[in-house]
Design a protein around this ligand. Structure first.
Ligand code: XCC
Ligand code: SF4
Length: 644
């Protein structure tokens, strides 16, 4: 709510913002300022607009009105709006997952042009894991059976989303079952959230929030997990790969295509088309020296992980990329796409092109990306970019860019050690048990104009690694930290504590691991399960010395992720705070009481360094409960947090 905080810590962003300001082009940063002061009722979560007798608002100081027209109080109102956000976030990830499953189905039957099963081994393993027979079957047959089996997860009416019980530790599953928390079907719980939060249905805030947790599990252990696993089958399982990040990856003399959004189906094909000799020849005929395909938001992470494609930026970079004047085509699919791109593009030569029927924008070109003609369409899109290259006017590309390593997965992160064929989490568990490492933190999520861009990610992660916490990252958070060089092996010597340094050197990993896009948070869940399976760190996920954070969270997807992490037993710092402060009861439930039920809880601390200390205090408590050795090289955070 402080409006004069610095807008970003990224010099490339500041350079482009200044240009935008000088040319009188609005950006999210300037529009944020225009929105001040924001409505306090909305910020506190006590504005209800569920029915048309409203909007109603509750006095957050306990004076009248304490109830809406129907009698709903602050707790009911805050809880039901929050779980609607969970449902929307879970819907976004899961609908993306559904599209990937659909792509697998059409690939299995040879109807998806240009797609193939890049990782048949992974296909077989996943089919087996889900109880499907693979012996004597062709790849196509297995893929079809798996796709149909996965599709059932969405519309199932009774039973359980399969990955939960297949992958999570027994004790965690038992607790979920006792609480009736395992989703029956992904879509079913989302629909039930909408029903329960309709006017005059569920008024019990705890009951509402618990259903929010159930809905979110259908994201983390359902839709998002399917998106990741099936993505790996279709496009190949990532391997560690070097690339570059920030606006400086755009090239003055090349055709620049920015793919922005989330689903790998479009971006994978566009990367392939950009390497087509015919199109490279066309580009050179137009005077361009090659074609750059770079990404923004999670699409960036998808093609970074699997193709080594450069990352143009994170969420708040989308308008700034256009402001370089060097983007010939901004290609978008779904999620995190600002409608403002259209106004920006109009000031430059950039063409904005939408490709999904689900996400159109007035003023954008639209070419639907259909799987049946995927490769032809991708070529057409690349051709549009090439044809637009000669129309460039003034170009200013900030020089800033940095190197990074991405592409870590559950399977490849710890295979390095001893050259073992099987991935083993033994080295990680041993390092934690011996006190060389404190634990693991997942720092994930978006950028938001409510906080200085990238600042919370960078400061939190530096604090964590300096105190011997291994950090895994996804999404725009990973992009933020890669911009300052935290995602390369060299970062260990510079910023990591001694214990973490030793691990990084032995295993040959950076202190901060890039685990991919936001749906790839499911990789983190699986990694935690592996840690339990490996032994020595307890028997349920909530026993682990781990924590999560989304310190620059912005969207409903981030809320859904926060919810499934807490439901899985994690301590989660989420900032800016969810809109619940207007209800003491809801705030207390999420930040305290729920720990007794699920083993995890939220913390809404806004200062990233203080939040890191709280996360480490949580890890230290878990370490103490597991009777692990004291930290070898770094101090305990328990006392400090207790005082705070
Ligand atoms: Fe969107 Fe996934 Fe958030 Fe970035 S991190 S702003 S969701 S792109 Ni998921
Ligand atoms: Fe007001 Fe109740 Fe309607 Fe919400 S549901 S707008 S509190 S009358």
């Amino acid at each position: 709510m402080k409006d004069k905080q610095p807008r970003s810590v990224d010099p490339a962003a500041l350079e482009m913002m200044q240009k935008a300001d000088e040319c009188d082009i609005g950006t999210a940063f300037s529009r944020h300022e225009q929105q001040q002061p924001r409505c306090g009722f909305g910020e506190l979560g006590v504005c209800c607009r569920i029915c048309d007798m409203g909007p109603c608002r509750i006095n957050p100081f306990g004076e009248e009105p304490t109830r809406g027209v129907c009698g709903a109080n602050a707790a009911t109102i805050a809880a039901r709006h929050l779980i609607r956000q969970v449902a929307a976030g879970a819907a976004a990830h899961s609908d993306h997952g559904r599209d990937i499953v659909h792509t697998l189905l059409l690939t299995a039957t040879d109807e998806a042009q240009g797609f193939s099963i890049k990782n048949p081994e992974r296909l077989k393993a996943l089919a087996r894991e889900r109880g499907l027979s693979v012996d004597g079957k062709t790849t196509g047959e297995i893929a079809k059976a798996l796709a149909l089996n996965a599709m059932e997860e969405f519309g199932r009416q009774e039973g359980e989303v399969q990955f939960a019980a297949l992958r999570a530790p027994k004790a965690t599953v038992e607790n979920w079952r006792k609480l009736k928390l395992i989703p029956r079907g992904i879509d079913r719980e989302i629909v039930e959230t909408l029903h329960r939060t309709h006017e005059g249905v569920d008024a019990d805030y705890k009951n509402l929030l618990m259903h929010g947790f159930r809905t979110s599990l259908g994201d983390g252990w359902g839709g998002a997990m399917l998106a990741t696993d099936i993505g790996d089958i279709l496009f190949g399982t990532p391997m560690p790969v070097r690339s570059q990040v920030n606006l400086g990856v755009l090239k003055k003399d090349a055709v620049n295509i920015v793919v922005h959004g989330h689903e790998p189906t479009l971006s994978e094909m566009v990367v392939a088309a950009s390497r087509d000799p015919e199109l490279l020849a066309l580009a050179s005929k137009k005077g361009a020296n090659g074609i750059v395909v770079g990404g923004i938001c999670c699409t960036a992470n998808e093609i970074l992980m699997r193709q080594g494609a450069p990352v143009v930026g994170n969420f708040l970079h989308q308008e700034l990329a256009v402001a370089t004047g060097a983007v010939d085509l901004m290609l978008v699919d779904v999620q995190c796409i600002m409608p403002a791109l259209i106004e920006h593009a109009a000031r430059f030569h950039t063409k904005v092109l939408t490709t999904s029927e689900k996400a159109r924008m007035p003023g954008a070109m639209h070419i639907e990306f259909k799987l049946e003609q995927a490769y032809d369409t991708a070529k057409e899109l690349v051709r549009i970019a090439i044809d637009n290259f000669p129309n460039r006017k003034h170009v200013d590309i900030p020089e800033h860019k940095n190197d990074l390593v991405a592409g870590f997965t559950v399977a490849n992160t710890f295979t390095h050690l001893g050259g073992s064929y099987r991935s083993s989490f033994r080295p990680l568990n041993d390092a934690i048990i011996s006190g060389r490492l404190r634990g693991v933190a997942a720092v994930i999520g978006c950028n938001t104009v409510k906080k200085t861009q990238d600042d919370s990610h960078v400061r939190m992660v530096r604090e964590l690694i300096a105190n011997d916490v291994l950090v895994v990252m996804t999404g725009c958070a990973a992009t933020a930290c890669s911009k300052v060089g935290l995602l390369q092996p060299e970062a260990a010597a510079k910023w990591a504590g001694k214990g973490l340094q030793e691990i990084c050197e032995t295993v040959g990993i950076p202190p901060v691991l890039h685990f991919g896009s936001c749906v790839d948070n499911s990789r983190i869940l699986v990694a935690l399960c592996e840690m339990i399976n490996e032994g020595g760190l307890g028997d349920k996920l909530s026993d682990l010395p781990i924590a999560g954070a989304a310190p620059e969270a912005m969207c409903e997807k981030a809320i859904a992720i926060g919810f499934y992490c807490v439901a899985s037993g994690a301590y989660v710092n989420y900032s800016p705070a969810m809109r619940v402060y207007g209800s003491r009861e809801v705030t207390d439930f999420l930040t305290s009481e729920v720990e007794q039920i699920l083993g995890g809880k939220f913390c809404f601390e806004g200062d990233p360094v203080k939040a890191a200390h709280l996360m480490m205090a949580h890890m230290d408590k878990k370490r103490a409960a597991l009777k692990l050795r004291p930290m070898m090289y770094s101090r305990s955070f328990i006392e400090k947090a207790e005082l705070a």
